[in-house]
Design a protein around this ligand. Structure first.
Ligand code: F6P
Length: 319
């Protein structure tokens, strides 16, 4: 193998740049040429490629977003789009691809690999909703971002003796809400994996007030329900002033934490080694402190388990 390509696709995540840097520098160290593909699979189809060198990834390790740009590319999900991409890659003498992203990216990666191009997937999404890996790049940063918001909201919640609902990202997953809620001491964590019980939420609030609490923080994952409706219902049931904060897209940005940079550096390098070893249709995965290789299918066919132990613990500790 002489020339490989790298792209980022789907929602961006802090640490993607650290992964790109690791891929480019590991590959060059092992005498591979690296092509950067712009705007995910859309750039792959259009042949929007640029050769990368050691300097292309200077000064990016601390930056959020992705220097390659990203997209959710509909055209790649039809056979014609993928065949065009394959042709363009062959014309550019690309022999393997590393795709950084979430489940949508992995779907495309598996299909491209099945059409004849070796592909290695790297899990990069703030959602941490990919099965067969403990962590995805960006998750540690987002929970710290949300935690910072919870701390700030707690100040005003205490001053005004108000209840706050904080909506966080996670289309189908409560992973961000659970981790940030546990770390932030939320009174209730509302996530799609657990049936909604507003009576319980209100009873947690009342119990807290009875023992002298002056605030109540409820962290809600966007995938559960309409957060404004939930906020109004809580206010009506508890008969207490309740406010909603939707954190939105600020959760996707920011400088990556040390943990995310380390994870991204390790995963990026391993993706290159996997291509060099002739592996294909695989995902780089983290298991504890180890980096391993698993079939992309594993990530695509299984649903990531929620940490129910943490959910139970958060309930006990917030009393
Ligand atoms: O990056 C993952 C994610 O942030 C989800 O939690 C969210 O629902 C989604 O992306 C929204 O992203 P977009 O508007 O870019 O499709």
């Amino acid at each position: 193998m002489k020339r490989i390509a790298v792209l980022t696709s789907g929602g961006d995540a802090p640490g993607m740049n650290a992964a790109i840097r690791s891929i480019v520098r590991t590959a060059i160290f092992h005498r591979l040429e690296v092509i950067g593909v712009k705007r995910g699979y859309c750039g792959l189809i259009e042949g929007d490629y640029a050769k990368m060198n050691l300097g292309s990834v200077s000064d990016v390790i601390h930056r959020g977003g992705t220097i390659l740009g990203t997209a959710r590319c509909r055209d790649f999900f039809n056979e014609e789009g993928r065949q065009t991409a394959l042709l363009k890659m062959r014309q550019a003498r690309i022999e393997g691809l590393i795709a950084i992203g979430g489940d949508g990216t992995f779907n495309g990666a598996a299909k491209l690999d099945n059409s004849g191009m070796p592909v290695i997937a790297v899990p990069g999404t703030i959602d941490n909703d990919i099965a067969c890996t403990d962590r995805t790049i960006g998750f540690d940063t987002v929970i710290n971002t949300v935690l910072d918001a919870i701390n700030k909201i707690r100040d005003t919640a205490t001053s005004h003796e108000r209840i706050f609902v904080i909506e966080v990202m996670g289309r189908n997953s409560g992973a961000i809400a659970l981790a940030a809620g546990l770390a932030g001491g939320a009174e209730s964590i509302l996530i799609p994996e657990i049936p909604l019980n507003l009576e319980q939420v209100v009873s947690n609030i009342k119990r807290g007030i009875a023992r002298g609490k002056r605030h109540s923080i409820i962290v809600l994952a966007e995938g559960l329900a309409n957060s404004l409706d939930i906020t109004k219902q809580i206010e009506a049931m508890a008969q207490l002033e309740t406010r909603l904060t939707i954190l939105g897209y600020l959760q996707r940005g920011g400088t990556p934490t040390a943990q995310d940079r380390i994870l991204a550096s390790r995963m990026g390098a391993e993706a290159v080694y996997m291509l060099l070893r002739g592996e294909r249709n695989k995902m780089v995965a983290s298991k504890g402190d180890m980096i391993t290789s698993v079939d992309i299918e594993c990530a695509l066919l299984q649903k990531k388990e929620l940490n129910f132990q943490d959910y139970k613990l958060a309930g006990i500790l917030s009393r």
